[in-house]
Design a protein around this ligand. Structure first.
Ligand code: FAD
Length: 386
């Protein structure tokens, strides 16, 4: 099974490869085409998997790169400089592979991991439902015990990669009286009977994420496809959420860096009233404010990353990073567009796509308000009188 073990001696070389990949296989033109044609770029996802990008946190023994969380975060930040939607789709498959690699049985690892690592199968993680999003403990998709397995019934909504995924981690309620403790997580093969995919959602942007929903109707899961039993599934979802919030913050930093880069380049070439825009204090101060927010978002993201890497409690650090980075990505990308005049609106530059994805980032892996809930709940303990 080992496939890419010697490809990258360290995370820096992985990021060099990601930069090359971004330049040669993403590129604004392609990303704009995916957006305009509302495509999930399966070929590019497979190519990325071929570079090892779906196995960054997967152990070497299982054919992954074993480069750790920070390498994954840096990879999605780098790819988001051109297309956050692509990076988000990719990391969702990666996360399914990593969960199976670290928590799956040997049968699950053998059966599912190779095809996730080669990009032959696309993964998705499905918690959200038409009736509940922020309150995950309220999911209504049911899992009923039957001989040698479970019958799943219900509907999932707003799932990244749902239009193309063939391997999904589905969270379902085994015992409604138990609330969050009754939730279990099952590996669902979308090619089997009882799985009905909905068509792609039409959104503000981010169509390369392939967001949609699906219905399960008496879908039979064998016992061997239970990934997390009730009691541990909800905890495991919460454990991974701080990492997800922090890499979403990093993705916003990646998009904003591109905004700054493009606005500075425009200002150094464009003349108004006989002078270069880059000589105008008004514009430079605006971009200086963008740079300060960018640096602050990176610093918060770094603080959360250090805690996650050290296995420390990262709830607050991740909440601060995600709340701040997603907020400033929207306002400061708009400032970068403003600094480029009408040209900032063209779709041969990525800022319009980035702005839409920055807004989307406010919702994925917990909304801004949910980050505030976490921060507010800890205010008195965190900021005691000195
Ligand atoms: C592009 C995209 C991709 C996604 N991908 C996935 C995926 O792969 N898998 C998955 O399971 N889900 C996914 N989601 C769903 C996402 O996790 C939910 O949208 C999110 O959890 C919020 O749920 P909701 O949209 O139902 O909002 P609601 O829960 O209906 O909330 C509505 C509003 O009320 C606010 N609110 C809720 N509770 C409180 C409170 N206690 N106090 C104050 N304000 C509150 C919310 O912040 C929000 O502003 C995705 C969403 C998007 C947009």
């Amino acid at each position: 099974m080992p496939r890419s073990t010697t490809r990258y001696p360290n995370a820096d070389s992985l990021i060099d490869a990601a930069r090359n990949f971004r330049r040669h296989h993403l590129g604004n033109e392609r990303a704009a085409q995916w957006e305009n044609e509302r495509q999930v770029p399966l070929e590019a996802l497979q190519l990325a998997a071929g570079h090892g990008f779906t196995g960054i946190e997967v152990p070497l023994a299982h054919g992954g790169l074993d480069l750790g969380y920070r390498a994954k975060l840096r990879l999605v930040e780098e790819l988001s400089r051109t297309c956050m939607a692509f990076a988000f789709s990719l990391v969702n498959t990666h996360n399914v592979a990593a969960k199976i690699a670290h928590h799956g049985s040997s049968t699950q690892v053998e059966k599912y991991l190779p095809e996730l690592l080669t990009g032959k199968r696309i993964g998705a993680t499905a918690l959200t439902e038409p009736g509940t999003g922020s309150d995950l403990s309220a999911i209504a998709t049911s899992a009923r015990r039957v001989d040698s397995g479970w019958l799943l019934n219900g509907e999932k909504a707003w799932i990244t990669n749902a239009t193309v995924a063939d391997l999904l981690l589905v969270y379902a309620q085994t015992e409604p009286n138990l609330g969050a403790r009754g939730i279990a997580c099952f590996i669902v093969d979308a090619r089997r009977r009882g799985f009905d995919r909905h068509s792609a959602y039409s959104l503000l942007g981010g169509h390369a994420m392939g967001v949609s929903g699906f219905r399960l109707h008496d879908y039979h899961v064998d016992d061997s496809d239970l990934l997390y039993p009730s009691g541990s599934a909800f905890k495991s979802a919460l454990n991974s959420i701080n990492g997800a919030r922090t890499y979403v913050a990093a993705m916003c930093c990646g998009m904003l860096y591109t905004g700054l880069e493009l606005a500075l380049e425009y200002g150094s070439q464009r003349r108004t009233f006989g002078q270069l825009l880059s000589s105008r204090q008004g514009l430079n101060w605006l971009l200086a404010d963008v740079a300060t927010d960018y640096e602050a978002a990176r610093a918060l993201t770094e603080r959360a990353t250090v805690k996650i890497e050290a296995g420390k409690d990262a709830v607050l650090a991740a909440a601060h990073a995600k709340k701040f980075a997603t907020r400033i990505a929207v306002t400061r990308l708009a400032d970068c567009i403003q600094a480029m005049g009408a040209n900032g609106l063209r779709d041969d530059i990525p800022l319009g796509r980035h702005l839409a994805c920055a807004k989307i980032a406010h919702f994925v892996d917990g909304t801004t308000e949910i980050q505030n809930e976490r921060i507010a709940a800890a205010l008195h303990d965190t900021y005691r009188p000195l």
